[in-house]
Design a protein around this ligand. Structure first.
Ligand code: 4AD
Ligand code: MG
Length: 453
């Protein structure tokens, strides 16, 4: 049976019958034998293969150049070379797929822009292989965190009629042919439908039945923001907890981020090495710091005062009632507190309809978790559980109560205080890998104007 190179490199004993397959990274020939570095994407490391001239399959050695796929059978033996425990003495080689000379990935490093243009090949590079292994590991760690705490995983719909964030950033879903779309009002089999911006509202219905739930799925925003941290399609993790207030929500958010950072640190094998080498030298140290210290907590009002009193010249204005911009978030986390910061109790005017009004009548129980290098990775709140206040909010936010009657029902029938949040999965990945652009942590990024694959 074929072994993954990841397991081969971790072996503690030699092996007489080894079968591996992968893509050639490099090859060096001498008269009597060739050295091949083979990678199968299961780990960062390559397996060094020694192939003596004349073994079966050696006649194709010239075609086994960078990028070619091959199968090798042979013996695993201790390596005399420094820096590696094992090498494989090939007994037979088999060329599976050769490569013409125009293979775009060469030994020299390639820039992120170039690699985004060949998103179908970039996971074959060391750096992107590591990024996407980390993505898989973090997805597993998300489920592990919630499942261990008895949260129930709920699949909320991707096609929906409601605009959770009320920002009008929904993609329309249509069954109509292209030439009819522009005139259509209700085009989803006679109804209006959109791609979801958040599973929260539907998630709330399940929390108000099963107590502790979470969603983890794709979400969509039709916002035309061309930044390094916005995508039109991204994945979000959204826990929702019944009988929970803002304090409990902030505690859960902090525990989740710390769990994921700890998993990234302890379960990433060698992948952190490559992020430190090519992306962020101090990555491990920064992650260790975040995993081991409490996050700062500060109200929006105090944060605004701090920003004003800093005397720093920002590009965007800072004043009570305005949203915090990414430069403000970065100042708080990178220059002032030098750690993650949870900002809470925002003015009601700049937040969606579902957040619970505080007793001051001015602020809502919103909270955002900001991290150094990125800014906001989590947005959440305690939800408005009082029917009369919610109905009032529908009016203020210009929402048709008819469309949200099911949501109001949760407040009519056995309402409970409840809270939740959304963690942007790609922003978390940027944080644990050090990658500076969201396009580089999604297999196929959808950003304004980009949908080539
Ligand atoms: O702050 P947001 O918009 O909150 C919500 O959607 C709530 N309904 C979540 C909830 O309470 N259940 O989004 C939550 C997070 C952000 O903090 C950010 O990490 C990420 O989702 N996010 C994006 N990530 C990539 N590209 C975008 N365009 C994003 N918009 C939000
Ligand atoms: Mg937000």
């Amino acid at each position: 049976m074929r072994s993954l190179i990841k397991h081969v490199l971790k072996r503690t004993d030699p092996c007489d019958e080894l079968h591996v397959a992968g893509w050639v990274r490099t090859r060096r020939d001498s008269k009597a034998f060739s050295f091949l570095e083979l990678n199968d994407g299961s780990c960062l490391g390559n397996l060094q293969i020694v192939a003596d001239a004349g073994i079966p399959g050696y006649e194709d050695i010239a075609k086994m150049s960078t990028g070619a796929s091959i199968e090798v059978r042979g013996r695993l033996i201790p390596s005399p070379a420094a820096g590696q425990a094992w090498e494989m003495q090939a007994e037979s080689l088999k060329l599976l797929g050769g490569v013409p000379e125009d293979y775009p990935l060469q030994k020299k490093g390639h820039g992120p822009e170039f690699l985004r243009g060949i998103a179908h090949l970039r996971p074959r590079t060391n750096l992107y292989g590591a990024v996407f292994r980390m993505r898989s590991r973090m997805a597993f760690a998300v489920h592990e965190f919630f499942q261990k705490r008895d949260f129930i995983y709920v699949h909320t719909p991707i096609i929906t009629a409601s605009d959770c964030e009320g920002a009008g950033e929904m993609f329309r879903v249509t069954t109509l042919p292209d030439d009819k779309i522009s005139k259509a009002e209700d085009d989803f089999f006679g109804k209006r439908a959109y791609l979801t911006v958040s599973g929260q509202l539907e998630g709330e219905t399940f929390a108000c039945a099963l107590s502790n739930i979470y969603t983890f799925g794709p979400t969509f925003r039709a916002e035309n923001s061309n930044t390094s941290r916005h995508a039109a399609e991204f994945w979000m993790i959204e826990p929702e907890v019944a009988f929970c207030d803002l304090e409990g929500d902030m505690d859960l958010a902090e525990a989740l981020v710390k769990h994921l950072v700890t998993e990234a640190l302890t379960k990433s094998d060698d992948d952190l090495t490559i992020f430190e080498k090519f992306v962020d030298k101090g990555l491990r140290e920064r992650l260790e710091f975040v995993a081991s210290r409490p996050f700062e907590r500060i109200s929006y009002t105090d944060a605004v005062e701090l920003l004003i009193s800093s005397g720093k010249k920002f590009e965007y204005p800072v004043a009570y009632g305005l949203n915090l911009q990414s430069e403000h978030e970065r100042w708080l986390t990178e220059e002032h507190f030098k750690k993650p910061v949870t900002v809470f109790n925002y003015p009601k005017e700049i937040k969606p309809f579902y957040m619970r009004l505080n007793d001051d009548g001015k602020t809502v129980t919103a909270m955002d978790v900001l991290v150094p290098g990125i800014g906001e990775i989590i947005g959440g709140s305690q939800r408005e559980e009082r029917l009369d206040v919610l109905l009032e909010n529908f009016k203020k936010h210009d929402l048709d109560p008819e469309n949200y009657s099911w949501y109001a029902d949760l407040r009519k029938y056995g309402s409970v205080p409840h809270a939740g949040f959304g963690l942007g999965f790609e922003r978390l990945l940027m944080f644990v890998t050090g990658m500076a652009n969201i396009r580089d942590v999604i297999p196929f990024a959808r950003t304004p104007g980009h949908c080539e694959f």
